[in-house]
Design a protein around this ligand. Structure first.
Ligand code: TYD
Ligand code: MG
Length: 452
């Protein structure tokens, strides 16, 4: 059966269904399937004769897209070096994380550099946005401000004004009068995003769509918006924590996984140009259970502290609580420690945490995680001037990871004097740090904790 006959869609993963059901077969979400209005245009027109598309060849020369700098370096880097004209960008994040604040600051900064910017708020009245601008000291920036949710009116305005960039805050509040569904529904969000992205490409207007994320971590409504745009950025952070991380999860015009680091202050978001210093500044005195990981986020080395707490459990199934890391990765490392080094964690609760609210996705963090776990379990502190990195394989061997030299340079810059890393890591030794290269986890345990 063709997909177009489907009239129900899962709001979590966008899987199509012909009739309603309580649970999505594709992603397992409950009560996520909703009815969708039929498409008003589409395959039915395909019988008519189309127009031949002009073809070129692969060698056709094209200048790299010129980019506009926002003047906010942390934002420019995440965009892959500035804003690409006529591109479509989705900025997702939890409600209240600071998306509107970030984009108002970006709008003002672009406008002050001479770009024509429209900021369309569908969530707040113009007066509210003006109040925020005043609080941020941005009231003089020549940003065009509109408060509207009707997309027909918005597109008419954009067509008349032809700004370099239009910010739509948020895509979930927008509605098309041609789609019979409530604003925020899958059909509306999908149709609105489609109209805006198409407009961006045709008219050369870059658009930034703001999208709220559901508690499962997905852009509320359809993930399809992610597929439509060129760039997807997530604005993350722990509530009650002042750090905010803008992460590129998809970028047609730059590296994905690049991050920009900000701090939420009373006067809006401030850039954090040296995140390592910031993530480590919270560090308590060197204590058992703490290991410093020399990681790479996008193109940039970032040092973070991995903290572990290991305590006797009163539960039949001991607790495994992880913040900022993949819990599957923790289970794997615990299993390798037990099977290859004979160090069991049975009967022990394990808590693992990345300090500062950062999320670490690199397998290179394995060795620092193992270090923190062992240090907590054995109650032996890791030397405070040591960084660790390396991937642990299921056999217990340590595997070298990329960008060894960059990791060491960053650590050395911040005053670290020794590093523990896998044998075979590519380094010139140019940093002058004391390097302890280890072939496997057993050697590491023996060296650091005198056991194994
Ligand atoms: P906001 O940008 O409205 O979040 P979003 O658009 O993602 O929903 O941010 C709201 C939060 O940021 C709010 O809790 C107050 C805080 N905030 C500051 O701490 N300092 C500031 O200067 C501003 C404007 C907001
Ligand atoms: Mg907002």
């Amino acid at each position: 059966m063709s997909k177009s006959s489907a009239s129900f869609t899962c709001t979590a993963c966008a899987a199509p269904y012909k009739k309603w059901q309580g649970r999505c077969d594709a992603c397992g979400a409950w009560n996520s399937i909703v009815e969708e209005a039929p498409l008003s245009s589409g395959p039915k027109a395909l019988g008519s004769k189309g127009r031949a598309i002009p073809l070129t060849d692969l060698a056709t020369e094209e200048d790299p897209p010129p980019r506009a700098s926002s003047g906010i370096d942390e934002l420019d880097r995440v965009l892959g070096g500035g804003l690409v004209p006529a591109s479509a960008i989705l900025v997702g994040g939890d409600p209240g994380i600071g998306k509107s604040t970030l984009l108002l600051q970006a709008a003002a900064s672009f406008a002050r550099r001479g770009l024509k910017i429209l900021y369309i708020s569908g969530e707040e009245a113009a007066a509210q946005v003006r109040m925020r601008a005043q609080r941020l000291g941005l009231q003089d920036a020549p940003v065009g401000l509109g408060a509207e949710t009707n997309l027909r009116d918005i597109l008419t305005t954009l067509d008349a004004e032809r700004p370099a960039l239009a910010i739509i805050d948020s895509i979930q509040t927008m509605w098309l009068d041609t789609v019979e569904a409530a604003p925020g529904s899958v059909s509306q969000v999908r149709a609105a995003a489609h109209e805006l992205v198409t407009f961006a490409k045709k008219r050369g207007v870059a658009v930034i769509l703001v999208g709220h994320v559901t508690k499962e971590g997905q852009i509320a409504g359809p993930r399809v918006v992610e597929h439509m745009v060129d760039t997807v950025l997530y604005f993350e952070g722990e509530r009650g924590h002042q750090f905010r991380i803008l992460r590129a999860v998809k970028n047609r015009f730059g590296p994905a996984d690049e991050i920009g680091v900000f701090e939420m202050t009373g006067n809006g978001l401030a850039q954090v140009t040296n995140p390592s210093a910031l993530f480590l500044s919270d560090r308590d005195r060197p204590a058992p259970g703490s290991a410093v990981f020399a990681g790479i986020e996008g193109t940039r080395p970032v040092l973070t502290e991995i903290q572990a707490l290991v305590a006797p459990s009163t539960l039949g199934t001991p607790r495994r609580t992880v913040v900022g890391l993949d819990s599957g990765r923790l289970s794997t490392i615990l299993a390798v420690l037990e099977a290859r080094c004979g160090i069991p964690f049975t009967g022990l609760d394990v808590f693992l945490n990345v300090a500062g609210g950062l999320r670490v996705n690199e397998p290179a963090a394995d060795l620092a995680v193992a270090g923190a776990l062992l240090s907590a379990r054995e109650d032996v502190a890791i030397p405070p001037d040591m960084v660790l990195f390396g991937e642990i394989s299921l056999s217990g061997a340590l595997r070298p990871v990329g960008q060894t030299e960059n990791r060491l340079k960053e650590a050395s810059k911040l005053g670290f004097q020794q590093a523990t890393l896998p044998t075979g890591s590519k380094t010139t030794g140019g940093t002058g740090m004391r390097l302890q290269q280890m072939a496997d986890l057993t050697a590491f345990v023996g060296e650091m904790f005198g056991a194994g």
